[in-house]
Each structure stands twice: as C-alpha cells, then as structure tokens.
Design a protein around this ligand. Structure first.
Ligand SMILES: Cc1cc2nc3c(=O)[nH]c(=O)nc-3n(C[C@H](O)[C@H](O)[C@H](O)COP(=O)(O)OP(=O)(O)OC[C@H]3O[C@@H](n4cnc5c(N)ncnc54)[C@H](O)[C@@H]3O)c2cc1C
Length: 292
C-alpha cells in the first residue's frame, strides 16, 4: 500500500499538516515518537484562541485526537531512514511504509553526541552517514557511536561493507527494541565511557575514561534518534546550518519532500509550526494530484 502523505513527527507542525492533507483527501500517516517540544511547555499563553494558558501536553493530545477524528492514521514509532526511488520509503523501528510525498516535521535538531574531538575528525574518519561513506570502510574496522535502534540500524547498513563493527555506547545503557535485538549479536559492543577521540590527520583511536583505547578506521555517529540532519545527509537534502532549507512553499530541494516547524530553524513557536504545516499541506495535496 502506498500512502499519499507520510508525516514524520507528531508535534504541532506535523499534526497541523495532517489535518489539511486528510481534508484534501490524501491518505495520510503521521509517524512520531511521544517527545514533542510541546510536552516541555508547561503553560502556553501566546497561542491564538485560548483566553487562559493551556499546557503543551493538552494542546498536543487534543491535536492528535483532532487529526485522528478527521481520518489521519497516527502511529508511535521512530523513523530511522528515508529513501526515495519512485516513491518514498520510510523505515521505522517497527515497520516500513511507502508514500508519494513526505513532510519532515521532526522538531529542533538534536544535540551533538557529547564526545571530545568529534568535530575535529568530522570528514576525517567521523561520519554521520553510512549511505554516503560506508563504502570507504570496506573490510575495515568501523565503529558506530550510539545506543539506540537508530545506531543498530546504521550498523546493519555498514554490514554490507565490513563485518568488523563495534557499537560504542559511551556508557549509555542500550535502548533497543525487540525488532533490532537479534542484530546486536552481529556486533561487538563497548559500553565504556569515552574520554576523547584521537589521531594524527584522521581518527585512529577511541580513548576511554579508564585509560584503555580501541583503534578504529572510522566512526559513524548515530547517537540518540535519527534527526532531520541524518535524513538530510542520507538523502542529500539541502541544509542551512543545522536546519532544513525550505522555500516559502515549504519545499526542500527534493521533489515531493517538504519540511515544517522547528526543523526549518525559523521562529520556534507553536503558531509558526502550525502555519508552516498548513502551507506544506497545500503543496503536498497539489503534488499528489499532479501525480494522479
Ligand atoms: C520549555 C519550552 C517551552 C515552550 N513554550 C512555548 C510557548 O509558550 N509558546 C510557543 O508558541 N512555543 C513554545 N515552545 C516551542 C514549541 O514547543 C515548538 O516551537 C513546537 O513544539 C515545534 O513544533 P514541531 O512540530 O516543529 O516540533 P516538535 O513539537 O518538537 O515535534 C517534533 C516531532 O517529531 C518527532 N520526531 C523527531 N525525530 C523523529 C524520528 N526520527 N522518528 C519519528 N518521529 C520523530 C518527535 O517525536 C515529535 O513528535 C516551547 C518549547 C519549550 C522546549
């Protein structure tokens, strides 16, 4: 089955977009984890239509119910990769979906992994994209920095190039779903806290706080969740700093792929996210109608 629209992110930008796409008769799936920035907002008193402050949680929960009532499917899952062939293929921890258009509404970019010298070796052995750089590590010793399903997914992508892969969790407990648990047996796992990365012109060592060190040829960062930046690297989406670059129609440089909300780096407010989601929806509806 192919959805007309898949919306990645169930915050105000994604949900707002879905309200319009379902009403525009697009078969719409919203995929998101339950960690919208809205949940951190105790009281919102600058959003139109509420005489008294409303909690972010209430606003979000009502938004989900509204989207569902209108006909959007809303699933709780984490997207780990998106690819485009003739349609978009959206791979999640617990499933895989296809769609004619996709909206990225994944919120503010995630914080970088807290590892010393990571930036120093970016492009010199430290990579954020297995699809782009995996090829350079054929039969070499590769590491993946991370502790979640996203990290295991990236490690499995690397398996096409090398069987010598270590998952470095940097002291974090593994957070792996049942669907990825079997894959762990194919990896070496190091759960030691990392002190720093070291090397001459490129990364050569991962140095641990206990004084020990591992040699690596390359380190792929997949720390926490897949973010708009990880999708951008994989798909070649143009960025502006850490944000996804969009035009005034919320189009990215990839036809059929749109972005809205905090991931576009504009004024990070609910009203803006909701507005951008609405604008994106119009273009998505047009895009799908032109395909038919
Ligand atoms: C403490 C605090 C107070 C705030 N107060 C206000 C206020 O008073 N007024 C105001 O207007 N704004 C306020 N904001 C800002 C507001 O919350 C954000 O601007 C708004 O939530 C942005 O909406 P969004 O949909 O772009 O992103 P988010 O609300 O962050 O939603 C992003 C969604 O994407 C999902 N996601 C991310 N990665 C993945 C993935 N790989 N797979 C699946 N899903 C994914 C997340 O789970 C989430 O569902 C506040 C923010 C904070 C942190």
């Amino acid at each position: 089955m192919i959805y007309d629209a898949i919306i990645v992110g169930r915050g105000p930008a994604g949900l707002s977009c879905s309200i319009y796409t379902v009403r525009g008769n697009l078969k719409t799936l919203v995929i998101g984890k339950k960690d919208s920035m809205l949940l951190k907002a105790d009281k919102i008193e600058n959003y139109y239509g509420f005489e008294y402050p409303v909690s972010g949680k209430e606003l979000l929960e009502t938004g989900v119910k509204q989207a569902q009532r209108l006909g959007a499917e809303v699933v709780e899952d984490e997207v780990v990769s998106i690819d485009k062939t003739d349609v978009f293929e959206v791979v999640c921890v617990n499933g895989r979906y296809r769609a004619k258009t996709v909206l990225l509404a994944t919120g503010a970019p995630v914080v970088k992994a807290p590892v010393k010298n990571l930036e120093r070796f970016e492009g010199s052995g430290v990579s954020y994209c297995t699809t782009c750089d995996g090829f350079f590590y054929r039969n070499k010793k590769a590491g993946v920095l991370g502790y979640t399903d996203f990290a295991v997914h990236e490690a499995m992508e690397l398996m096409a190039f090398t069987g010598d892969i270590t998952l470095y969790t940097n002291g974090m407990p593994l957070k792996i779903s049942d669907s990825h648990r079997d894959s762990l047996s194919r990896l070496k796992i190091s759960d030691k806290k990392i002190k720093e990365l070291d090397g001459q012109d490129k990364i050569e060592w991962i140095v641990f706080e206990d004084g020990s060190r591992d040699s690596v040829d390359g380190l792929f960062v997949a720390y926490g969740s897949a973010s708009s930046a990880s999708f951008a690297l994989r798909m070649g989406i143009a960025m502006e700093g850490k944000s996804i670059k969009v035009n005034d129609k919320m189009e990215t440089n990839i036809p059929g792929l749109f972005a809205a909300g905090d991931c576009t780096g504009v004024f990070k407010q609910v009203s803006v996210a909701v507005g951008q989601g609405a604008i994106a929806s119009r273009q998505m509806i047009e895009f799908v109608r032109k395909m038919k």
